[in-house]
Design a protein around this ligand. Sequence first.
Ligand code: ADP
Length: 258
Amino acid sequence: TRDKLIVSEKMASIGVFTAGIAHEINNPINYIAGATRLLTDLVDKQIAREDSKFSEEELASILELENTIKVGVEKTSSIIQSLRNYVHEDGGTFKLYNCIYCIEDALKILRSAYKGRIEIVKNYPEKLIIECMPGRINQVIINLISNAIDAIPEEGTIRIDAYAEGQEVILKIRDTGVGIPLDLMAKLYDPFFTTKDVGKGMGLGLYIVYGIISKHHGKISVHTEEGKGTEFTIELPMRHSDNAMPQMEVIRKNDAVT
Ligand code: ADP
């Protein structure tokens, strides 16, 4: 059976968010701290011996500890880099913008991840103008399509629909992936909820999507069927202000949809 979940109001507190970051970073920091302690011990022992040399065994340990520290530092900085990417403050103002560009840009960015493996079915017009924060809507589409890509183990299809309905734009991203087990649905938009391996996902994608859609006074819903696939639907109001004039529309140099 298909299940529909419409999340109306779910904004995780800063406390939950901070706890998540702390949890993620705590692990590599513990490794670094442990390795640093062992290195200090080795050096202290050598000093106590009043011997200017380390034994072969000690040198091997030092190299190993150095590597542990390096890996820990890399892990920590990659976590911080992903957080930066997620929260970077671009597209902070509402503009009239052709949201089809957001789809096309997302597909370009993700091309190497789906090329040759996943068929992309595009069902949208060349132009669909909405008042939005373009960079943020682009982020939403990137996050949804990359989840769709991750959900397809081998070959499959991702279908993208976009159309106007009344005063809204509807955007649908459907994949033929593994689907989402019903018992996970309630946690889907929580920060740091992920079923992916360490390093593959931090569980911030849908949390960010939810935040951006809320800021646009939109809605997000999901239909999923285990083993068959998932469809995310986003409804966005076309206009937020009465004085949004069409001439404010942002025209890009490369106006053609490829
Ligand atoms: P991440 O991608 O880092 O795991 P997200 O917040 O984007 O974080 O997604 C949270 C979880 O929701 C994923 O780990 C996955 O289990 C599930 N999920 C999201 N989108 C899909 C999808 N299209 N198909 C199957 N599962 C999905």
